[in-house]
Every structure is written in structure tokens, then in C-alpha cells.
Design a protein around this ligand. Structure first.
Ligand SMILES: Cc1cc2nc3c(=O)[nH]c(=O)nc-3n(C[C@H](O)[C@H](O)[C@H](O)COP(=O)(O)O)c2cc1C
Length: 131
């Protein structure tokens, strides 16, 4: 690391950041979601397996399919949120798509908008195991 974060950044990330339970009814753009994914994908994972799969829920139809699966305490929050993301994990990441190590391009395999993606075989370069 070449430069330490300043106190304002440290405070924002570690001291002031709180879980949000109420949401403004403002849409979140796909561009913002892409930016979010492009940051979070760098998080470290065991063996760099990157087992998480992200499904961003924006439409009323997709939300209606999700609601029955929620804990009762989360229903109002999800109903009021302009976007909800399902973070799922593959039980066997070795047989599924995963982005190449430190790829600078978004993986076609690890995030999606509804309609739900079908599992894909690893047939493209972007789906190859990290080297
Ligand atoms: C693994 C995990 C699961 C959580 N699940 C829920 C949840 O289902 N509903 C919810 O409203 N908050 C959920 N939370 C948020 C926690 O309640 C919240 O982080 C905690 O109360 C601390 O509050 P803070 O993040 O504002 O400091 C979850 C947090 C974690 C880490």
C-alpha cells in the first residue's frame, strides 16, 4: 500500500457506515449496479473461488417472486427498496463459471438481472478458472 486512507475515509467506512433499513423511492441505475459489482468483485475468497452469484432485483414482478422467500421482518424493507440483491453461493464452485483472476472485465457468469440465469457450462475464456 502506498498511501494510508485519511481519517475522513476511515471514519466513513468503519465508524459512520450503518445498515440501512429505509429507502428513498428513487431508482438505482444499472450503471450504478455495474459500478458496485465492479468494486465488490475484488473481495478475496478462499482459493479465489469467487463462489458468490449476484442477482439484482428491480422489477415489481421479480420482487413479487422474492417476497415469499423472505423472513417476515425483511418484507417491508424489500418492498420499499428500489433494488434488492440476492447474494447466493454455489455449493460446488469448481463446476461453475467464475471470472478469471483479477479480470478487468465483468464476468458474464457471476452477476445477472432477472429473468434468472440458467447455469452455464464454462465454455468461454471469461469462465475459465483463475490461473
Ligand atoms: C450476516 C448478516 C445478516 C443480516 N441480516 C439482516 C436481515 O435479515 N434484516 C435486516 O434488517 N438486517 C440484517 N442485518 C443487519 C444487522 O442487523 C446490522 O448490521 C446490525 O444490527 C448492526 O447494525 P449496523 O450495521 O447499523 O451497525 C444483517 C447483518 C449481517 C452481517
Amino acid at each position: 500500500m502506498s498511501q494510508a486512507l485519511d481519517n475522513a475515509a476511515l471514519e466513513q467506512i468503519f465508524l459512520k457506515a450503518r445498515t440501512v433499513h429505509a429507502f428513498k423511492p428513487e431508482p438505482v441505475s444499472d450503471e450504478t449496479l455495474h459500478k458496485l459489482y465492479d468494486l465488490l468483485k475484488w473481495g478475496p475468497t478462499a482459493f479465489n473461488a469467487q463462489p458468490a452469484r449476484f442477482v439484482f432485483i428491480k422489477s415489481a414482478e421479480a420482487r413479487a417472486r422474492l417476497i415469499p422467500a423472505l423472513s417476515p421482518g425483511n418484507v417491508a424493507q424489500v418492498n420499499s427498496a428500489p433494488v434488492t440483491v440476492i447474494v447466493a453461493m454455489t455449493a460446488s464452485s469448481s463446476s461453475t463459471c467464475r471470472p478469471s483472476s483479477r479480470s478487468t472485465t465483468p464476468s458474464p457468469c457471476s452477476w445477472a438481472m432477472p429473468p434468472w440465469p440458467k447455469p452455464r457450462p464454462c465454455a468461454t475464456a471469461a469462465c475459465r478458472a483463475p490461473t
